[in-house]
Design a protein around this ligand. Structure first.
Ligand SMILES: C[S@@+](CC[C@H](N)C(=O)[O-])C[C@H]1O[C@@H](n2cnc3c(N)ncnc32)[C@H](O)[C@@H]1O
Length: 260
């Protein structure tokens, strides 16, 4: 193993020198895989632009994104429920630098949450409702322009109504952040079978406060996971996100599924 690793490094070095000598634009994916990328430092690239996601949660997403890429899982990246792009700007910048060969597809209806169903009922004082989290595609685009990023592939509509061929055939990492039971169920229906073996699905709003569904403000997300995975080999844990010190091991509000 050691010698093949060295050979690979030598090969990358030769390619890099060749490209520099002949003025060929460097493939960042290749170069950065060799030199590595400091994710903790990378997290300082942008501010956290909304309360939808915190730094430790976005760090978790990038950590697993890097892991699936490094382990050679093929496929593109999808985010179902992108809102104004709090997570998306980090994912896009990371892919631009580290794996520009991977496409990034984001999905949103721009109408906020769909109608609540029974599985979304909770006893918390703050209640999410139909239309909560509403934003617009223009705001999402403005955010990307502001940070001078190329846009990802944007798909507008309700997840279940977006045609299957607008979801990539092969997915290495899927981020589900649609909050309500039907939104997470639709995310599974549209993409679970496209996530490649060894790839991952990270789902927001799962676990955290005592891991009790009744006292979670968005219990529908976990109920959707439990129902969808009932007849599948896969299971989930609560380790999608890092804690405030950017370590993993404590449930911090997100589920992680590794595709078998
Ligand atoms: C919590 S926000 C997503 C936050 C985002 N991931 C971030 O990092 O800031 C949820 C988004 O999902 C969208 N959404 C929820 N359910 C949906 C569905 N069934 N189809 C399409 N969009 C949906 C909403 O419009 C909203 O913008």
């Amino acid at each position: 193993m050691a010698s093949s690793h060295t050979n690979e490094e030598e090969h990358h070095q030769k390619v890099k020198e060749y490209m520099e000598k002949y003025g060929i634009k460097m493939n960042n994916s290749l170069v950065n895989k060799q030199t590595g990328i400091d994710l903790i430092q990378f997290m300082e690239t942008y501010p956290i632009i909304s309360g939808m996601m915190s730094k430790n949660q976005i760090y978790g997403i990038l950590y697993y994104l890097k892991q699936v890429i490094d382990t050679g899982v093929i496929g593109d990246v999808v985010e179902l429920g992108c809102n104004i792009g709090t997570t998306s700007i980090f994912v896009k910048k990371f892919l631009d630098m580290y794996a520009p060969d991977r496409s990034y597809h984001v999905y949103d209806c721009w109408e906020g949450l769909p109608p609540k169903v029974e599985q979304d009922e909770s006893t918390t004082s703050y209640q999410f409702r139909q239309g909560s989290c509403k934003t617009s595609k223009d705001v999402f685009i403005d955010v990307f322009n502001h940070f001078k990023l190329d846009l990802p592939v944007i798909h507008s509509g309700w997840f279940k109504e977006i045609p299957d061929n607008q979801y990539p055939e092969k997915i290495c990492l899927a981020i589900y952040d649609g909050d309500f039971y039907t939104s997470i169920t639709d995310s599974f229906d549209k993409t679970f079978h496209k996530v490649q073996s060894g790839g991952m699905i990270l789902i927001d709003d799962i676990g955290g406060v005592n891991n009790s569904l009744d006292t979670h403000p968005l219990p529908g997300a976990e109920r959707a996971c439990l129902d969808f995975l009932k007849d599948k080999k896969e299971t989930y844990d609560y380790l999608a996100y890092a804690d405030k010190d950017l370590n993993f091991g404590i449930p911090c509000g997100g589920a992680r599924i590794v595709k078998l």
